[in-house]
Design a protein around this ligand. Structure first.
Ligand SMILES: [Zn+2]
Length: 60
């Protein structure tokens, strides 16, 4: 494994519209970028809702 980039924060995200779930990377500016696929869902990723994060389990 060559993944020791602590600055990258990954999270599970769910599409609010269709319920599709995928892994995303949370960018420093707070935007979400799907990992391992072009998009979590067919619709606009702006509707993604973060379920939980890998490295930061702060309560919301
Ligand atoms: Zn969707």
């Amino acid at each position: 494994m060559v993944e020791n980039d602590d600055e990258k924060q990954r999270a599970a995200a769910k599409c609010d519209r269709y319920g599709e779930i995928g892994v995303v990377q949370i960018l420093p500016d707070g935007s979400l970028q799907p990992l391992g696929q072009s998009s979590v869902c067919d619709c606009d990723s702006a509707t993604l809702h973060v379920l939980e994060t890998d490295s930061d389990l702060s309560e919301s």
